[in-house]
Design a binder for this molecule. Sequence first.
Ligand SMILES: Nc1nc2c(ncn2[C@@H]2O[C@H](COP(=O)(O)O[C@H]3[C@@H](O)[C@H](n4cnc5c(=O)[nH]c(N)nc54)O[C@@H]3COP(=O)(O)O)[C@@H](O)[C@H]2O)c(=O)[nH]1
Length: 524
Amino acid sequence: MPAEYWAQLLDTLHQRPRRRSLRGARAQGPARLLASVWPRQHLHRNERLSPLLQQALLRQSWQLRQANHHLVAAILAAQLTTDVVRKARDQMAYMLHHDPLTHLPNRILLMERLVQAIAMARRQNSCMAVLFIDLDRFKVINDSLGHGMGDLLLQAVAQRLQAQLRTSDTASRQGGDEFIILLSEISNERGVAELAEKLCHSIAQPYHLNGAIAHIGCTIGISLFPADGDDPELLIRNADVAMYHGKQRGRNRWYFYRTEMNLRAVERQRTEADLHRALRLGEFELYYQPRVDLASLRIAGAEALLRWHCPTRGMMAPERFIPVAEECGLIVPIGQWVLRQVCFQLARWQQEGLQLPTLSINISTLEFRTESFTPALRMALADSGVDAGRIELEITEGVLMNDARASGTLLNELKTIGVKIAIDDFGTGYSSLSYLHRFPIDVLKIDQSFIRDIDQASDSGAIVNAVIAMGHSLGQRVVAEGIEQPYQLAFLRQQQCHEGQGFLFSKPLNAIEFARYYRAEGQP
Ligand SMILES: Nc1nc2c(ncn2[C@@H]2O[C@H](COP(=O)(O)O[C@H]3[C@@H](O)[C@H](n4cnc5c(=O)[nH]c(N)nc54)O[C@@H]3COP(=O)(O)O)[C@@H](O)[C@H]2O)c(=O)[nH]1
C-alpha cells in the first residue's frame, strides 16, 4: 500500500488533520510514517505493523469503503432528486408560458418576447409588427359541432399559423379564438400585408375534424412598431382596434391600424355611456312609417322606428346606436321600452278614434332570446289593454335560423299570445324553406335592396316575383320595403304584392305627424 493511502486512512481514523506532522515522515515509507503518528507498541521491531493493528486498519478500511458507497448512493439520490426537481421546474415554467391546448406561447411569453423585440428594434432602428387574429364565427362551430371539435379546430388553426412563420416570429394564443403574432423583423408594410393575406387564405381552407368538415375565416388587425405604438400593450391594443374595426367591415380580411379607428372606438364607448343616460332620462322617441295596402292604396298599418334625441349629438338614427346597444346588452331594456311605448300609443290612438290595424316592432336577436321577452310582451299588452292581434314582431331570418328549434318553440308561444310574426329583410339572410313552412309566420317583408333594383328583366325582379308567389301559396302577406319610385310601385301592384312601405308614401313620422297623415288620408 502506498504511504499516501495509509496516511489518509489514519487521518480518517483519528478524524483530525495530521498533515503537518506527516509531511516529513511521508518520504520515509509506511513504517516510519506510522511510527510518527501511532503509539510505539503497535509496531514490531522491524517496523512492520502488528497483526492486531493490521486487522483494525483493514476493518476500518472496509467500513470506510462502505461509508463511501453510502456517500455515492446519497450523491446519486441527490442527483436524481435534482433531476426530478429540475424537470418539474421546467414543466412549470413551460405551463406558465404556454397555452395548454395549442402549445403556443401564451400572453406572458408573448409579452416577454415583445419587450425583447421592441428593445432590439430600437437598437437596430428597425420595424416590427403585431397581428391580432380573431376567428370569424367560431362560436357557430363550437355550438353546432360541440366544444371537442372546437378544440380540435383551434389546434389545427395554431398549426397553420405556425407553418407560415419564421423561427424568429412568435405565434401565441390569448385564449378563446384569439391569436397574436409577433413579427420581429419586417422590411416593409407590403411584406406584412402579404403574410396576413397568406394567413387568411390558410385559415380559410376546409378542416377535416374526426370525419366532419368545418370552414372558418379570420379577421386580422395589424399594428406596427414604431408608427402605431412603442410599448407592448399599446401595440396589442391598436392591433385589436384594427381587428375590431375589420369585423364590422368585412370578415376574412386584414386591416392595418389607423388613428381614426381609435377615435371610432372612443366614440363607441361614449355612445354606450350616453345610452344609459338616454334610457334613464327618456331621450328616445318612436317614429312611425305607414304601410300601405297596394290594392286599395289605404294605410294598412305602420312600422315603429326608434329615434334618439341625444342632447350633445342631435337626432340619432338607429343605425348609429342599435349595434352598440346590441353589443352591450342595453337593447333588452330599450326593446322593452319600445314594446310598452307601441302598445300604449296604439291604445291612445284608439281612444282618439284612430283605428290603426297593425303596428310592427323590430326585435333584435338578443331581445328575442332573452327569457324576459315574452313576460314583458304579455305585461305591455295587459297594461295597455291592446288587442295582441294588432301587434306584429319583425324578426330577421338570421335570428330565426340561429337555433331553429328554440325559435320554433318561442314562435309558437308568441302565437298563443296572439301577436303576428313578420320576417324582416327577407332574402338577405339564409332561410331553410322547410322551416319557413313550419314556422307560424304571417308576413314576409322583402328587403329594400331588391326593390331598389326591381326591374322586369333583373335578378331582383325575379326574386321579388318568387317571394310574392311563395307568400301567396303559403298564405303569408308579402310587404315590399323601400318603395321610392312610381315604377317600383307599378311593378309590385302588377305582381299582386300585398303591402308596401317607403318614401314614395311617407318617411317615418313622429306620433303627432303620423296621426295627421293618417287622418289626411281619410282613414278613421
Ligand atoms: N331592435 C330595434 N331595431 C330598430 C328599431 N328601430 C329601428 N331599428 C333598426 O334600425 C334600422 C334602420 O331604421 P331606420 O333608420 O329608421 O330606417 C328605416 C326606414 O327609415 C328606412 N326606409 C323606409 N323606407 C325607405 C325608403 O323608401 N328608402 C330608404 N332608403 N329607406 C327607407 O328603412 C328602415 C326600415 O327598415 P326595416 O326595419 O327593414 O323595415 C331598421 O331597419 C331596424 O333594423 C327598434 O325599435 N328596435
